[in-house]
Design a binder for this molecule. Structure first.
Ligand code: 6PG
Length: 241
């Protein structure tokens, strides 16, 4: 299936956050039950703040189930925790049932947690052809072209049949729990939020399908719905023709 990369380019990260928040609120309109996997890292912080400050009461969170596309294997109160960051910037400011928040237990044994989290996803996210199909997965992209916690040195996770796996950060060696490629690509919608000049080279190679783009995990995200939304700032999009 030909994948259409739908590009949305804005001046800077605050503009990307504002635009994506508006897109998300409109996309949620009329939906009664929605499953969303969130990205971690620094890019979504502004988005979470915008959602908390401007849209907290405009979204019916009671039907929204939040997951994480990946999580660092640390406790939720650790500075590296994607859940901890999301809790501080968003979850503590919205009226969402605790049962709708599906965090990775980063403090547990990684191998066991990868299995447990996969089961939690399977029991909550509707399956299509036996695989959980998220309504939306929000992804970031590292400067090395990784996405979720699928890094270039662990490309096999793009095909791993398990829902989740234990990944390893290439520099720090930190264990991560990641949703694997088949489930990422089984989502109805995928939206990349990518900002900053450090991402520009990989954005150009991946969106331009240039030589060697297959070496980067983010190039292999081809959602079932057929559309990958790219919300970029001008710095990250600066090399695009
Ligand atoms: C994580 C993320 C990861 C992130 C990219 C981009 O746990 O770090 O899920 O995939 O999206 O590394 O990170 P920044 O947004 O910090 O550039």
């Amino acid at each position: 299936m030909e994948i259409h990369n739908d590009r949305h380019i804005y001046s800077d990260n605050p503009a990307v956050a504002a635009a994506f928040a508006e897109w998300l609120v409109n996309w949620l309109k009329g939906r009664s039950r929605t499953t969303i996997a969130l990205s971690g890292g620094s890019t979504p912080k502004l988005l979470f703040q915008v959602l908390a400050k401007q849209y907290a009461d405009q979204i019916d969170w009671s039907g929204i189930h939040l997951f994480w596309g990946d999580e660092r294997c640390v406790s939720p109160d650790h500075a590296d925790s994607n859940f901890g960051m999301t809790k501080a910037l968003l979850l503590d400011h919205i009226d969402i049932p605790a049962a709708n928040i599906h965090r990775v237990l980063g403090e547990e044994d990684p191998a066991s947690e990868a299995v447990r989290y996969g089961q939690e996803i399977l029991s909550t996210v509707s399956a299509v052809d036996g695989l959980p199909a998220f309504d939306l997965i929000i992804l970031g992209m590292g400067g090395d072209g990784h996405t979720a916690s699928i890094f270039p040195h662990e490309m096999h996770l793009l095909q791993d049949a398990a829902i989740c796996a234990v990944a390893t950060h290439p520099e720090s060696g930190q264990n991560r729990i990641t949703i694997n490629g088949p489930v990422l690509n089984h989502a109805y919608q995928v939206a990349f939020l990518v900002t900053g000049a450090s991402k520009a080279e990989k954005v150009q190679i991946i969106l331009g399908k240039q030589a060697g783009h297959e070496a980067y995990p983010a190039a292999h995200i081809k959602p079932a719905g057929g559309i990958t939304y790219w919300f970029l700032d001008e710095a990250a999009a600066s090399l695009l023709s």
